[in-house]
Design a protein. Structure first.
Lengths: 288, 117
């Protein structure tokens, strides 16, 4: 007995018993999802899926197999995004076997037909799993990209002074991004000073220092002076122990010191004034 | 081979590179600049590379060399208008152009020269 004809017979049987099987299948799936989806909702999804499975198995419809794959891919992708486990998604597909078996067991001898059907459902179950994994990977990649984007802001601190607060580990990819953003901002704003604040960098080893030095020398080539700030005592200790030399790059303990240094170098000065004086002369003293 | 014009403004020589830099044209520029420095006795050189999109290690080294040559004639060199990708390339190549001063644009370059004169 060849596989195609037994699949076709199974498809005919399934077509005749659609209501019962889909009903039972929905019950099983809803039980597995523990109340995260309503019966009606699940039933609508599964009815489409069931019709496609029958069409694919009947062997008369060329496009059905492709459509089935597409629908199933979409379904497991949305499940992945909604936080379902891959086990739940795959079990949802496998539940069709249980649902149908309950019907077939009462009926005439359909064992070879059922086996052919079972193989197909197994394939579909694996497909949901694969799609699920791919969808999750995509989410992780998207989040990593978003984090990279989030973690490298360039801030205008004062007229002619910009700052890059670095948070997290500095690897080559991030250094590249920071460098590009910093240089672009330097050109766009015409700032002469840039402060690299490493308060948020947990450890500074030779590699991180190398990356910092690269960024500084690239900024220098554009004609801007860099100041490294936010060096914590432990970090200072590590830097000295490792023998890292920052050369003639200015380093400061805090961002405030760095800003003061930058203002001093660019010939700007901030003055304190008493409140009474402020009322007398309300002209602006802040950044232009 | 294209030549890069050298303009004299006051005591400063102004060079704006607006062509795709070939090795020969850079060498030629270096020679022309040396001649011009001797002829005019200029105290500063501004090289504008705003239009330069691509550099290689040879051109990077030549730019540094122009700085060293100018120094022999007691003139200060300022490289202005470098594009971020060019700066990244030069850094990756390990060229930090120690002997050359840099500025964001021609105006700041002039300020730098006048401030140091």
């Amino acid at each position: 007995m060849d596989v195609d004809s037994s699949q076709a017979r199974m498809a005919a049987y399934m077509h005749d018993h659609q209501d019962k099987v889909v009903g039972r299948w929905s019950e099983l799936v809803v039980a597995g999802l523990r109340g995260r989806s309503s019966v009606a909702e699940v039933r609508r999804e599964l009815e489409d899926l069931y019709t496609l499975v029958v069409r694919a198995m009947s062997g008369t419809d060329e496009q059905a197999a492709g459509e089935l794959t597409a629908v199933l891919t979409e379904l497991s992708r949305s499940r992945a995004r909604n936080g379902f486990t891959p086990r739940e998604t795959a079990l949802g597909m496998f539940a069709l076997k249980d649902a149908l078996y309950e019907q077939v067991a009462d009926a005439a001898d359909l064992t070879p037909e059922y086996l052919a059907f079972s193989r197909m459902v197994d394939d579909l179950g694996l497909l949901t799993f694969e799609t699920y994994a791919a969808a999750r990977e995509q989410i992780i990649a998207d989040q990593a990209a978003a984090m990279l984007e989030l973690s490298t802001p360039v801030i205008r601190l004062w007229e002619g002074v910009i700052a890059v607060p670095l948070v997290g580990t500095l690897d080559s990819a991030r250094t590249q991004l920071v460098m590009e953003k910093l240089l672009e901002t330097l050109v766009a704003t015409g700032a002469g000073h840039a402060v690299l604040d490493i308060t948020g960098v947990p450890t500074v080893d030779t590699e991180v220092a190398q990356h910092l030095l690269k960024t500084v020398s690239a900024a220098r080539l554009l004609g801007a002076e860099c100041i490294i700030s936010g060096i914590r005592p432990q970090v200072a200790h590590t830097i000295v122990s490792l023998g890292i030399e920052f050369g003639d790059i200015a380093t400061k303990a805090t961002l405030a010191d760095a800003l003061a240094h930058a203002l001093n170098r660019s010939g700007q000065r901030i003055e304190k004034q008493s409140i009474g004086q402020q009322r007398m002369e309300p002209q602006k003293r802040g950044p232009a | 081979m294209e030549r890069v014009p050298i303009l004299k403004i006051g005591t400063t020589l102004f060079v704006s590179i607006q062509i795709d830099l070939q090795d020969e044209s850079v060498v030629r520029l270096q020679e022309d600049l040396a001649d011009e420095l001797v002829a005019t006795g200029a105290r500063g050189v501004i090289i504008d590379i705003t239009a330069v999109e691509i550099v290689d290690s040879f051109i990077g080294r030549m730019l540094a060399m122009i700085g060293s040559i100018s120094r022999l004639f007691d003139a200060e060199t300022v490289l202005v208008g470098m594009r971020p990708p060019v700066a990244i390339t030069l850094t990756e190549l390990g060229l930090s152009l120690r002997g050359v001063r840099t500025a964001l644009n021609a105006e700041k370059g002039l300020e730098l020269l006048n401030g140091s004169a």
